[in-house]
Design a protein around this ligand. Structure first.
Ligand SMILES: *[C@@H]1O[C@H](CO)[C@@H](O)[C@H](O)[C@H]1NC(C)=O
Ligand SMILES: *[C@@H]1O[C@H](CO)[C@@H](O)[C@H](O)[C@H]1NC(C)=O
Ligand SMILES: *[C@@H]1O[C@H](CO)[C@@H](O)[C@H](O)[C@H]1NC(C)=O
Ligand SMILES: [Zn+2]
Length: 529
């Protein structure tokens, strides 16, 4: 209601001033129309009227002029920030942009807004299938976009010769693939991994682990599967004890239980660790580092109090499992992704050789799996804020920033809702059964079933409270967990050699461009020529 009144005031002021139809731009190389000023109201002032043809033509002309000035940057990338939106499908990006326009930026309609990633000058797409599956999981895809080779479903940092769960194949070093994070360390760069999931979860593990089963996050999980953790070390152990994990400067995420023995109780919650080997890997990390330059933190307050000028190694594990969803973070004293990125870049950018930082918005995927559409869009907006932060803290001339996703989801964006329809609601045009359907729906998942057993009628979504972050969209195909989707995902890029990421590519192509731009890895490099 408030928003509507606000818009009416703007419309009236627009009618009485001479600025209607004008476009105002910020002079930062990208186009940002200043929205409200470009709308005209009709005579009664109620029905919105839309941007004029002049608005669209002038916007496009201005964009064209700016775009013509964009030149590929062909110097070496000193720094690389690799942003991964887990499960951030194309409809997720579009819907999050409108969600942000409506709920965060409070624009007149919402569709006219933009995400920070939208401002990147180069965009391509990534084909996400794994070696053996048409639709990817986060393990095989992490292998592709971090090591440069596709792999089998559920495996991380190992070649397609390693089938899911084959411990002896994992144990053979010939089957190990090295990641762009390892390549960066070999060039003397500082390295970091930041995620909202467990730090041992599939995506961040792609930076440092070689594992035949993504579930082998601790030794207990390996024993449970009847394998020998001495032959196949678990993901947490690889992070703390092996290369390149033990050399990583900044490690921020969740997952404490993977690192502590099952006899030890967590610092914040009444849960015990998972480790069977009695090793406290957090203590091992602390004692392996020089005390005066290393810190271990477990809360947001501690993270924000880290003196980054004096810190070269930082381990932050904020939860026994994943970091809380955005809407619960403050209550749990968990940092936001943006806050973690800020601290990480401050520490890593002290290295004159540059840095590599991996940042995952990991819970976009989790919310989708639960059909929590509101939460998933919120998490995407949070991810976008972390992108903006990293971009603002670095220089485009020497920093390659890649933003991509590992796989899609089955959330669709449907129907003919009118302009400005709240993105979490429904269009006014009803289906043949006389009921509306949500603009954003899922093909499957645990949400309420589409057809109510009692009435045999489709669920009436007008009764739902979509403002609740835990709201679950109704689904036609019931399943415990909503599935991933097989459609291509976007790659947004800026900085040195970002233009090499335009076009349609195999997911495994991406790290080859990173290696080329930053002069690292075994492939062809900018510095060779
Ligand atoms: C596991 O990998 C080993 C070595 O690569 C291979 O000899 C064996 O047949 C594989 N086992 C299975 C069950 O696929
Ligand atoms: C912690 O959990 C254990 C087992 O679940 C329970 O027996 C114990 O009472 C709990 N302690 C506290 C302080 O809540
Ligand atoms: C249903 O969800 C489970 C996860 O709980 C998943 O493993 C399974 O593949 C899903 N089933 C189908 C048919 O997609
Ligand atoms: Zn997933």
């Amino acid at each position: 209601m408030l928003l509507k009144n606000f818009c009416q005031i703007l419309i009236i002021s627009c009618l009485t001033s001479q600025i209607c139809g004008n476009i105002i731009y910020q002079d930062d190389g990208y186009m940002h129309p200043i929205h409200h000023k470009s709308f005209k109201s009709d005579a009664n002032g109620h029905q919105p009227t839309y941007e004029s043809d002049d608005f669209w033509k002038q916007s496009a002309q201005k964009e064209l002029v700016k775009k013509r000035l964009i030149r590929p940057i062909e110097g070496q990338a000193k720094n690389v920030i690799f942003y991964l939106g887990d499960g951030m499908s194309v409809p997720t990006v579009t819907a999050a942009r409108i969600f942000k326009g409506q709920q965060v930026d409070k624009l007149q309609f919402g569709e006219e807004g933009e995400l920070h990633m939208d401002t990147f000058p180069f965009v391509g797409t990534s084909k996400t299938f794994c070696s053996d599956f048409q639709v990817a999981d986060s393990a095989c895809s992490a292998t592709a976009y971090l090591t440069g080779s596709k792999a089998n479903l559920g495996t991380i940092g190992v070649t397609p010769d390693v089938k899911l769960g084959n411990c002896s194949a994992q144990a053979n070093p010939e089957n190990h693939l090295s990641s762009i994070l390892a390549w960066a360390q070999a060039q003397g760069k500082s390295t970091g991994i930041v995620t909202t999931t467990r730090i041992t979860h599939a995506s961040p593990a792609g930076c440092y682990a070689h594992i035949a089963n993504r579930d082998w996050e601790n030794d207990g999980a390996i024993i449970f599967d009847g394998e020998d953790p001495k032959l196949c070390p678990d993901i947490a152990k690889q992070l703390i004890m092996h290369d390149p994990g033990r050399n990583i400067n900044v490690i921020l995420g969740g997952g404490r239980s993977q690192f502590i023995p099952k006899t030890v109780v967590d610092v914040e919650f009444n849960v015990t660790g998972y480790r069977m080997d009695e090793v406290n890997l957090i203590d091992a990390w602390i004692s392996a580092k020089k005390r005066n330059t290393a810190s271990y933190v477990t809360t947001r307050d501690e993270l924000l109090n880290v003196d980054t000028t004096k810190t070269d190694f930082l381990l932050g594990l904020f939860d026994p499992s994943h970091i809380a969803y955005y809407d619960l973070q403050l209550a749990q004293n968990d940092p936001s992704l943006e806050e973690m990125v800020e601290v990480a870049v401050q520490i890593l950018s002290k290295n004159q050789n540059g840095f590599f930082l991996f940042v995952e918005g990991g819970r976009i995927d989790h919310a989708h799996h639960d059909n929590m559409v509101h939460r998933s869009l919120r998490e995407t907006v949070e991810f976008d804020k972390a992108i903006k932060k990293g971009d603002e803290m670095t220089d485009e001339a020497e920093t390659l920033i890649v933003v991509t996703s590992d796989h899609a989801h089955v959330m669709h964006f449907a129907g003919y809702p009118t302009r400005g329809t709240p993105i979490l609601k429904y269009s006014e045009q009803f289906a043949d059964d006389g009921l509306p359907y949500a603009t954003l729906g899922y093909g499957n998942g645990p949400g309420p079933k589409w057809i109510a057993r009692s009435t045999k009628k489709r669920h009436d979504i007008r009764l739902d409270n979509v403002d609740d972050p835990t709201y679950q969209a109704p689904v036609p195909v019931p399943n415990d967990s909503e599935t991933h989707g097989g459609d291509d995902v976007l790659i947004f890029a800026k900085g040195p050699y970002a233009h090499l990421l335009t076009g349609v590519h195999q997911q495994s192509y991406i790290p080859h461009v990173v290696g080329y731009a930053a002069c690292m890895g075994d492939g062809v490099k900018h510095c060779d020529s």
